[in-house]
Ligand binder design. Structure first.
Ligand code: GRF
Length: 194
């Protein structure tokens, strides 16, 4: 596993599709001295993603790849990542599944955060399904990305208790708060010099 070397932080791209609260949180984390990452690029498949505002706010380059034709856009994305010497990708609310070819060709680890205790509740609408199934606990997971949905090796998880009056949106808020703690923790675990 690559580690940052004190002075040299890992050049990181964050992939988003929507609100970007994890993006904002990772940017703030990256600005701290102890952080092993430097966020050099924001990638979105959605030109209207709210999170793109953080590109302007924090003066970080962004690039839109709409993935209308997977092959061409993936090639363009890989080229761009290469050009920017990116060696870590963090998916943060990115709603596209990366192809096996993309994962193989990208020169470094790819991480994702998912709002459940994987391997349980892969995919969408996790909170609704968790509540409907009357689970006692849910959580969030940072994991490596492979070509199957939400299925790569787990890096870190946080368990969260459900309340009797939980609704999907109440639960989503509570889980998101924990995601913001978990993602930087997972990055520290993997890449910080001990
Ligand atoms: C998060 O719950 C993340 O786990 C999931 O999508 C949501 C993205 O939220 N993959 P945000 O865009 O970071 O606010």
């Amino acid at each position: 596993m690559i580690k940052s070397t004190g002075l040299k932080k890992l050049r990181t791209a964050i992939f988003i599709s929507g609100t970007g609260t994890n993006l904002k949180n990772l940017i703030k984390f990256s600005l701290s001295k102890k952080s092993p990452i430097k966020i050099c690029l924001i990638v979105s498949n959605n030109p209207n993603a709210e999170g793109l505002k953080f590109s302007t706010k924090y003066k970080i380059k962004h690039k839109i790849f709409k993935y209308r034709s997977n092959n061409t856009d993936e090639k363009k994305a890989l080229h761009h990542l290469n050009k920017n010497k990116i060696n870590l990708i963090c998916l943060a609310g990115y709603m596209k599944i990366l192809s096996e070819n993309f994962i193989k060709c990208f020169n470094g680890p790819i991480l994702n955060i998912h709002p459940s205790l994987l391997p349980k509740y892969k995919g969408l609408n996790t909170h609704e399904r968790v509540i409907n199934n009357k689970e006692k606990y849910t959580g969030c997971t940072v994991h490596f990305v492979d070509s199957k949905l939400d299925s790569g090796k787990v890096v870190l998880q946080k368990k969260i208790k459900l309340f009797k009056n939980d609704t999907p949106s109440k639960l989503a808020k509570r889980v998101l708060k924990q995601e913001h703690i978990l993602y930087p923790k997972a990055i520290m675990k993997l890449f910080a010099n001990s």
